[in-house]
Design a protein. Structure first.
Length: 335
């Protein structure tokens, strides 16, 4: 298969199939004052913006390469602009295909649309009655999807009008994560919830196609593979489950033995990354072996930081990871 996935971990482990790749720590990015709840990278390699971060400090920050970096101690990425306006935690973020506009979901019950070049807020999406936990753009960037603690999934146009609320066969607890399949020809929606289920929806028919059951705890993260064939889900039970997205069938699961906060497929390798309470684990999905385990250095004071968010660069060479100590740690893949 032509796509891949990856998992977060700091210690490289040699599996039964020796890997020619090593994953190394490349430094950190500091610019927030609270937990890094979301990270998203433009999917165009020529974008000046390399990553966008969202935080419990109520802001988003855009980052670019540090062209004046000389020594290893210099930051590899520097902040360009801070996006301010939310009155509570920013929980999730999403980008348009060209990387020029961003969405943010917040505990202030709103979704906002931002122009990343100017930093201007283009509009508010108001309609949820509780904290908005997740947001996503459709593959053609014409629709916006949001999930909330009001148990609702809403579909909006980019002007901020709610087009549809998916309330038939809906979740009966918080909607923690929403994602679109990247395939424009058959637009599917995937949602994860605190009701322990994952649901697959048709965007064209506004209806639930499958309810994926098997998790024994709440679901915190869902991710769709780059070719749209697979869905991964994870959460409190420490299991990363893989599903056939088009058939709604369970394929297999990968065990972490601790709650999983975030998932991310590598854009160019058959890897899945999982951020857990103690580490980032990266599985090779072909062998189902752990390729690497990434663990930050233990701080001299205070608790070990916990990874909450993950994002791959478009070329799959860089993994950004956001932590509870307000730091973004950067990892690089060496061929």
């Amino acid at each position: 298969k032509s796509y891949s996935f990856c998992t977060l971990l700091i210690i490289l482990k040699i599996t039964k199939k020796p890997t020619k790749m090593a994953i190394e720590y490349r430094g950190q990015m500091s610019g927030h004052k609270d937990w890094i709840t979301s990270l998203v990278c433009p999917q165009t390699v020529d974008s000046d913006i390399k990553v966008v971060s969202g935080s419990r400090d109520k802001t988003l920050v855009t980052w670019t390469d540090n062209e004046s970096k000389i020594t290893e101690d210099d930051a590899a990425y520097i902040p360009i602009r801070r996006l301010e306006g939310h009155s509570s935690f920013v929980q999730d973020a999403a980008l348009t295909n060209n990387g020029e506009y961003a969405l943010s979901a917040s505990w202030d019950r709103s979704v906002r649309l931002w122009n990343l070049k100017s930093g201007a807020c283009f509009g508010k999406f108001l309609g949820h009655t509780k904290d908005v936990l997740s947001v996503a753009f459709s593959p053609d960037n014409r629709h916006v999807l949001s999930g909330s603690r009001d148990n609702k999934l809403k579909i909006w146009n980019v002007k901020g009008d709610c087009v549809f609320t998916l309330d038939k066969d809906a979740h009966n607890d918080w909607v923690s994560c929403v994602r679109f399949s990247p395939v424009p020809q058959a637009p599917l929606i995937v949602s994860g919830s605190w009701d322990n289920t994952v649901k697959v929806w048709s965007l064209t028919e506004f209806r639930c196609l499958y309810t994926l059951r098997g998790h024994t705890g709440y679901v915190t993260s869902v991710a769709v593979s780059p070719d749209g064939s697979l869905c991964a889900s994870a959460g409190k039970d420490g299991m990363a489950k893989l599903w056939d997205l088009n058939r709604g069938e369970h394929l297999y699961e990968l065990e972490c033995n601790e709650p999983i906060n975030a998932l991310a497929f590598s854009p160019n390798r058959y890897w899945l990354c999982a951020a857990t309470e103690t580490a980032i684990r990266i599985w090779d999905l072909e062998s189902k072996e752990i390729v690497a385990e990434l663990i930050p250095e233990k701080p001299q004071q205070g608790a070990q930081p916990e990874c909450l968010s993950l994002a791959w660069s478009a070329d799959g060479s860089t993994l950004f990871s956001g932590y509870t100590d307000a730091v973004i740690r950067v990892w690089g893949v060496n061929e």
